[in-house]
Design a protein around this ligand. Structure first.
Ligand SMILES: [Zn+2]
Length: 278
């Protein structure tokens, strides 16, 4: 089942696409359009519907916020349709030359994505006729992820920085410590609306980000305390009474899980120890 919805906020248009094999989609993706600029390209599972839905737009440039398959799933057909340059951060452009392979769960949720080696790396800002967007690195959820910020309009396109105040499962590649730093950094900017790619916040976006920050900090500290007392990941999992979503974990062959939250914190601690030792 594919569902679609649109959002209009000032001059920003948002298009939501949900896909699920059975029943109503639980997860969906937004792409945004503003003044000729298309931000992200959605998941390949909704390709035909997405292409049809935005066919009438005058897209003259595309920007991709990070390499995940629900943001890069339709670069090729969109590039073909609109014949325009496709930009990203330098790191994202590098990753898309040979993107990491996807788990079965990711493939059935979002669909696979093609390698795209022609992303044009840009830094600092991207301009449209009427707006200038600052490009702000916000690593953590993905190492290459960036946000776009329009200071005059106070719009923040936050990619996957928020998603939700509570996150049930993590990818092994995520860094909780970096996510905390990225949220702290973004909270210093003056924005009134947050165009999240999964869960846009048109009111009180800063409070939502603070809620997430609080969740991440609490999780980080409770895991770190137990790890530094000598517990291993299994003992920490038990002590914190974490519950695994086994269906997600099984289908993803372990790529998505709650235990990855613990692993990520342990990885962060060991990395900072290494830095201190250097
Ligand atoms: Zn993502």
């Amino acid at each position: 089942m594919i569902t679609t919805k649109s959002l209009n906020y000032e001059n920003v248009k948002g298009y939501q696409f949900g896909y699920s094999l059975i029943g109503k989609p639980k997860l969906s993706t937004y792409i945004y359009f503003i003044d000729g600029l298309l931000i992200d390209t959605g998941q390949s599972k909704v390709r035909e519907v997405l292409l049809d839905k935005i066919d009438h737009l005058s897209v003259d440039q595309i920007f991709v916020t990070h390499h995940h398959e629900d943001h890069t799933g339709n670069i090729l057909p969109l590039k073909e349709r609109f014949q325009c340059p496709v930009y990203s951060s330098d790191k994202c452009a590098q990753l898309m030359n040979n993107p990491p392979s996807l788990s079965f769960a990711q493939k059935i949720t979002w669909g696979d994505r093609e390698t795209y080696g022609n992303l044009i790396p840009i830094e600092n800002e991207i301009k449209t006729r009427n707006y200038t967007f600052e490009i702000i690195p916000i690593p953590g959820h993905a190492s290459d992820m960036v946000a776009l910020y329009e200071p005059n309009e106070k719009w923040l396109f936050s990619a996957d920085l928020y998603i939700n105040s509570y996150i049930g499962y993590f990818l092994y590649s995520e860094s909780v410590q970096q996510q905390i730093s990225s949220i702290e950094k973004i909270l210093n900017y003056d924005f009134k609306v947050m165009f999240c790619n999964h869960n846009p916040q048109l009111e009180n976006p800063k409070q939502k980000l603070r809620d997430k920050l609080n969740f991440l900090e609490t999780s980080f500290h409770s895991v770190a305390d137990l790890y530094l007392k000598g517990m291993d990941e299994k003992e920490i999992f038990k002590t914190l009474k974490f519950k695994e979503n086994w269906i997600v974990k099984l289908l993803s062959a372990g790529a998505l899980s709650k235990v990855n939250l613990i692993r990520s914190v342990i990885k962060d601690i060991n990395n900072s120890k290494k830095k201190v030792a250097r």
